[in-house]
Design a protein around this ligand. Structure first.
Ligand SMILES: [Zn+2]
Length: 424
């Protein structure tokens, strides 16, 4: 029995229809329909356009289907494709609020890590945490993400750093995908930092990843992508190449934490290995920008990180957009450097700190992020045949979403045609 939902009363229906991904000036073409409407059939968009056009399409349905149409009036809200949060560390055991205070007092991220804090403090807690407690925390985060307009979330492992704990996280990704409505794209980040047991022989850990863990993860289909943190204090360029080459041989897509703290050559490695995405990119130079812009590697920028760490130097978003790179935005939700799961706040930071226009930020947070996850044919824009993944915001103009910063404008989130969040 088909299910229908007719959404009317959208003051602006921001479709992002057309080619994907969006680059350069095309990032500012959002395909906005004024007073738009949408007809959803079985979770997919069946008609979209002016209210008159969509109502006409609804009237053409057979009478038995017409009776099944539920109507939702957006009451003048702005509708966007659901946010695609394409870089998160969803599963972790506890906040690191104590470090937040240390950092405010002047300690750097690396000083905190050297003193036994940082990623490894989260690792030791996660290894001891029960799957049930991790699951409860992650479910709460996903509910909050949906309430802020996200409909698809990429999730990385990387706080386990041994076989049982990494597999515990990846299995949880699979469970979470079934237990709640948002889509979860699972990424294996066993190469987050070398684990404490391998401090003096990180190459042995790289061997373990390449020979045992990556093949095991790939065979069990526990992750679609493999990611590496290539930086000072994490993995070298050569180690990163070995890990990602092993993952590619197992059929996994590739992502990289690249050029965040220091310039390592990781952006060039992303190009060399045809990675889906190079993320962070705070330290890239003009050669990197030119090369990335000429490629189809998505540049995923994470301004929440610089904001939370109180850093002045953000990734050069303006130069990347103007060079024609595929730019995406994500929260980087994690307990150490970006404890936010609000994509609206990321849009605000992209606009004020990286000088992206509101339109560019919207394109980066939807269609381009969907592209980086290999899903631009299904999500990221509002077009006939795509999944009805969208969010309604109580503003009069889409630019007010980043403009009125730090509050949640999202009133309704729809995932595959189902209302999964409603403020009223
Ligand atoms: Zn990250």
């Amino acid at each position: 029995v088909p299910e229908f939902l007719l959404l009317t009363g959208c003051k602006q229906l921001v479709t992002l229809r057309g080619s994907a991904p969006r680059c350069g000036a095309a990032m500012r073409e959002l395909g906005i329909i004024k007073n738009g409407a949408l007809l959803i059939r079985d979770g997919r968009i069946a008609a979209i356009g002016s209210e008159a056009h969509v109502k006409r399409a609804a009237r053409k349905l057979p009478p038995k289907d017409r009776k099944r149409i539920r109507e939702l009036n957006a009451q003048g809200a702005v509708a966007l494709p659901g946010f695609v949060d394409s870089h998160t560390h969803l599963v972790f055991p506890a906040s690191r609020a104590e470090e937040y205070e240390l950092r405010i007092a002047g300690a750097t991220y690396e000083q905190i890590a050297a003193a036994g804090g940082g990623i490894l403090s989260t690792v030791s807690k996660l290894r001891k945490a029960s799957p049930a407690s991790l699951r409860q925390r992650a479910l709460a985060s996903l509910t909050y993400m949906a309430a802020h307009g996200a409909t698809t979330v990429e999730a990385k492992s990387g706080y386990g750093l041994d076989a049982p704990s990494e597999l515990k996280i990846l299995r949880l990704h699979r469970e979470l995908a079934k237990a709640q409505p948002l889509d979860i794209v699972s990424t294996f980040l066993g190469a987050h930092v070398p684990p404490p047991e391998y401090r003096d022989c990180p190459d042995d850990y790289v061997e373990l990843l390449c020979r045992r863990l990556i093949p095991q993860v790939a065979t069990a289909h526990l992750a679609e992508y493999c990611d590496v943190f290539c930086d000072r204090g994490a993995f070298t360029l050569d180690q990163s190449r070995r890990i990602l080459t092993a993952a590619r041989a197992c059929g996994m897509g590739l992502r990289l934490h690249a050029e965040q703290l220091t310039h390592t050559g990781a952006a060039q490695l992303a190009l060399e290995l045809h990675a889906a995405s190079a993320d962070h990119l705070e330290q890239i130079n003009s050669d990197d920008i030119r090369a990335l812009a000429a490629s189809d590697v998505t540049c995923t920028l994470l301004p929440g990180c610089c904001f939370h760490l109180g850093l002045q130097h953000y990734a050069p978003a303006r130069a990347l957009v103007e060079a024609g790179a595929i730019v995406a935005l994500a929260t980087d939700f994690n307990p150490g450097t970006s404890p936010t799961l609000n994509m609206q706040m990321i849009l605000s930071l992209a606009c004020t700190q990286m000088r992206m226009t509101p339109a560019e930020a919207v394109a980066a947070a939807t269609i381009n992020a969907a592209y980086s996850l290999g899903r631009a044919d299904r999500i990221g824009s509002l077009e006939v045949g795509k999944f009805a993944d969208l969010a309604l915001f109580a503003v009069e103009d889409y630019r007010e979403i980043p403009y009125y910063f730090g509050v949640n404008h999202c009133t309704t989130t729809i995932k595959k045609g189902q209302i999964v969040w409603n403020r009223r």
